[in-house]
Design a binder for this molecule. Structure first.
Ligand code: ARG
Ligand code: ZN
Length: 859
């Protein structure tokens, strides 16, 4: 029976308190690949808040479960009292006491669970993913985050002894030959339940909390992967310390476990005391992981750990409140990485990511508020808007109230709401109480979708400088009218010698408003310092002022932004010789030894093709991806020429001495050296320096930098072959081999290359990392190839999405959203993309996940 196509829309406005709550649960799982038995003994009671409504049916969610038996207080539930449908079961109110023990036995098949949600198998190991609604695939349950309880879990390993290690949340309270029992003392919602069983090894360490408690730390991996856990462990200990020092938050169990899993739909999951990770965000060694990998590991380890307080101790009332935990936890992991590395560089990287993902989402048919008001499949709302824009909203709040009040508000939040399932209203009320501010207008950031445009006009007359700000937000699906938002606008006014004449924060909350300053000279405006609000700035700025800011701005974000807007103007304006002022400014910063190498590397990198296309679309033109690729190439060459001998000097002088270390300084120098190598390669048709670097590098970062440059120039055949034969047994490294070719093969041969790669035996497309490394990398990382004018790129991707959808709807839906830009292109490409989307939409057995996304894309 197929009901997915008619899945109902769930609305925030329809929220009702649960009818029944759970006092405690005992779960017993007898593991078997195709016939796992799950016994659940649940103490239910009527929700006192709803008791005056009288008796209620007991409704439990369940999907794909075989019900073996069900009793209430030890008595089998009569046949005629229990109805089962594809989404769960209902026991008629007349048979449900106000407090009772429900006991149900169900059977599930982890081995055939290819959706990787619920209990599934990944290369012989059992693991779970329950957020958002996977627990209902394990047993019948009121599967909603506002039902919290304590779990006691008994795991009995598979009979063949293939899974000697048996893990669940909380503390180990008993174990023996083939079984283990765990008790989690903290009440939690079902989405934080986890179980892992397999032949695993632990890398162990200890952490002493601020109050002196000892915590056992374990990272569980497959035999042989132990040497690749050191960095993750180090990041974990730093995260634990940081959360104590910065937020006063201590860990609350005797042990903290992380498990690396090869088949995983997302990055990682914050299950209480037992975080489960995509193995690519745990395992790293200098030979196999790049600086970027190390950085992601640090961030994601921190993110999941931080969820212990923002997510687990205080969770969400319902899934519309997802940003309550995700926006806040992303904000916290961003603060952590900024503290551990360079704050200025980190801010630029975060803004690049926001623009590449969230601004893109806002510009198309998938635009939605940070707190959405309806969904069909909640997994489709783990989006850049909920996560990254959700984090920006918190950053704005912190800026508006100041760091001290922010900290006070967080203290109150933890004190007032510990153990609760909360809403955005609860969150904002804490800030209102602590700051005394009225946040009703600020709350629009949670309900209004779209990226605001902040327009700035300046005027200088009679010793007075005037800044006129206005704001508008373009319509988004379902929201034709927009209201003004509270925009914290950080700014500086610079004198001609680069000194600061004025600086501060404007709170701009009207549709338009003028601000004025009496000044001794005409200033240069540095606007939206630190990217203080997630908006698109519209501000006509002269090339001279741009060059001035690029040379003198003391704010590292706006200084970098000046260079970026220079490059965008070059790439989107009339084609010609680049502005000499731009090239000269770039050369000056490249050479400036006072600037952090990581920052210089960012200054020297050009906007991505996607960024250029978005800019063209923003002024109402249809971007030609091939043309964008060609012009970006040309500008790269022009920059390389302008750098001249400096490129070689930068390359030679930024060798990092000694063995590889992943720290920010070393990584920054490698990044700058990589930019220098890119410039050298742009002027060297044989790629000889890149080849030499590939051959001599002793770490994956420098190898991948060289290989990427070679592949992007249509070179590197020999190196690709050598790379593959060296690493063919290493899944994570071979993913990189697929990705570099999918994303960087020049447009003429990109489709053919991806097609050929997809026919390889080691294109194990059922593995989400491998699928993303080829199909995802092509669709998201190679616009000139993907958007080939004959539509062959679209066809290839949609063929694969159709294939994957029947196995893994979640990953399919996520990748299908990459087609969301279709209305941005010329009529020819639009027609081709639309036809492919319609082909996908017309599949008779399309999943609810993909169905919802494609439906919204075509709406
Ligand atoms: N809460 C996890 C995180 O932010 C993400 C889990 C998403 N899972 C899903 N099936 N949508 O780290
Ligand atoms: Zn998260």
């Amino acid at each position: 029976m197929r009901t997915d196509a008619h899945a109902p829309t769930i609305r925030l406005a329809d929220y009702r308190l649960p009818d029944y709550l759970v006092e405690s649960v005992e779960l017993t799982l007898r593991l078997h690949p195709t016939a796992t038995r799950v016994n659940a003994r649940v103490r239910f009671y009527r929700n006192p808040a709803r008791a005056d409504e009288g008796a209620a049916d007991l409704r439990l969610d369940g999907r794909g479960l075989t019900l073996v038996s069900a009793t209430i207080d030890g008595v089998p539930v009569p046949q005629n009292a229990l109805t089962e449908d594809s989404e769960g079961l209902t026991v008629a109110a007349a048979h449900v006491p106000s407090a009772f023990v429900w006991e149900a036995e169900t059977e599930i098949s982890p081995e055939t669970n290819t959706a990787l949600e619920g209990l599934y198998m990944s290369r012989g190991m059992y693991c779970t993913q329950c957020e958002a609604q996977g627990f209902r695939k394990i047993t019948f349950w009121p599967d909603r985050p506002d039902v919290m309880t304590t779990f006691r879990v008994r795991i009995e390993g598979p009979a063949d002894g293939s899974a000697p290690v048996l893990l669940s949340n909380g503390n180990l309270v008993g174990s023996g030959e083939g079984w283990a029992e765990w008790q989690d003392p903290w009440a939690k919602p079902s989405y934080l339940f986890a179980l892992v069983a397999g032949d695993l090894r632990a890398v162990e360490d200890h952490f002493t909390t601020a109050s002196g408690r000892d915590v056992l730390l374990q990272i569980w991996v497959r035999p042989g992967d132990e040497p690749r856990c050191a960095y993750a462990m180090d990041a974990l200990k730093r995260s634990m310390r940081w959360d104590e020092e910065t937020y006063g938050r201590e860990y609350d169990l005797d042990r903290f476990m992380i498990v690396a899993v090869d088949d995983f739909n997302m990055g990682a999951m914050e299950n209480k005391g037992l975080n489960i990770f995509n193995s690519r965000f745990v395992l790293a060694s200098p030979e196999t992981a790049t600086d970027a990998d190390y950085k992601s590991i640090e961030t994601i380890i921190a993110h999941e750990y931080f969820h212990n307080w923002t997510g687990n101790r205080i969770t969400c009332r319902d899934w519309f409140q997802l940003c309550l935990k995700e926006g806040l936890t992303v904000f916290r992991d961003q603060q952590f990485s900024a503290d551990e590395r360079s704050a200025g560089v980190k801010r630029i990287e975060d803004v690049l990511r926001l623009r590449a993902t969230q601004f893109r989402e806002d510009a198309g048919p998938l635009a939605h508020p940070v707190r959405p008001t309806e969904y069909i499949e909640i997994n489709n709302f783990y989006t850049a808007t909920v996560y990254e824009k959700g984090a920006e909203v918190i950053g704005m709040l912190r800026r508006l109230v100041g760091p001290e009040v922010y900290r006070k508000a967080l203290d109150l939040y933890f004190e007032r709401h510990d153990g609760q399932a909360c809403t955005i209203e609860d969150w904002l009320r804490v800030f209102e109480n602590v700051s005394g501010r009225d946040l009703s207008q600020f709350a629009r950031w949670y309900s209004q979708a779209g990226t605001p445009r902040l327009k700035a006009e300046t005027d200088w007359a009679d010793g007075k400088f005037t800044l006129r700000l206005s704001q508008t937000t373009p319509p988004t699906p379902g929201q034709p009218e927009k209201a003004p938002l509270v925009l914290p606008v950080a700014f500086g006014l610079l004198g001609s010698d680069g000194s600061t004449l004025e600086a501060g924060l404007l709170e701009f909350s009207e549709a338009e408003r003028a601000f004025g300053w009496e000044l001794p000279e005409r200033p240069v405006l540095s606007l939206l310092r630190g990217f203080s609000a997630p908006v698109i700035v519209e501000h006509e700025i002269t090339p001279a002022d741009r060059a001035f800011l690029l040379a003198h701005d003391s704010d590292s974000f706006t200084r970098w932004e000046a260079g970026r807007s220079f490059a965008l103007a070059e790439l989107t304006g009339p084609e010609g010789e680049p502005d000499p002022a731009y090239l000269a400014a770039l050369v000056a910063v490249a050479d400036d030894p006072a600037l952090d190498p990581a920052y210089r590397a960012l200054l020297l990198s050009l906007p991505s093709e996607d960024e250029v296309m978005a800019q063209i679309a923003a002024v109402g033109r249809a971007p030609d991806p091939l043309e964008v690729w060609r012009r970006r190439r040309a500008l790269e060459t022009a920059v390389a020429r302008a750098l001249g001998d400096r490129a070689r000097a930068l390359y030679d002088s930024n060798v990092v001495p000694g063995p590889y270390t992943p720290d920010a300084d070393a990584a920054g120098r490698r990044a700058l050296r990589g930019r220098a190598l890119a410039a050298l390669t742009a002027l060297d048709p044989a790629g000889s320096v890149a080849r030499a670097q590939y051959a001599s590098a002793d770490n994956m970062t420098e190898r991948m930098t060289a290989l990427s440059l070679l592949v992007s120039r249509g070179l590197g055949k020999k190196e690709l072959a050598a790379f593959h034969s060296e690493w063919r047994h290493d899944r994570l490294v071979i993913d990189k081999w697929f990705t570099v070719q999918a994303a960087l093969t020049p447009p003429e041969t990109a489709v053919e290359t991806v097609e050929a790669l997809s026919r390889r035996e080691d294109f194990d497309w059922r593995n989400p990392n491998r699928f993303r490394s080829l199909i995802g990398a092509f669709a998201s990382g190679n616009p000139a190839g993907f958007h080939r004018a004959d539509g062959s790129g679209y066809r290839l991707v949609v063929d694969w999405l159709i294939r994957l959808d029947s196995l893994n709807p979640q990953t399919t839906a996520r990748l299908a959203s990459l087609l969301g830009t279709w209305r941005m292109f010329d009529p020819g490409r639009q027609a081709l993309m639309k036809a492919e989307l319609e082909r996908l939409a017309a599949r008779p057995d399309l999943s609810r996940d993909t169905g919802e996304i494609v439906g919204r894309l075509l709406r």
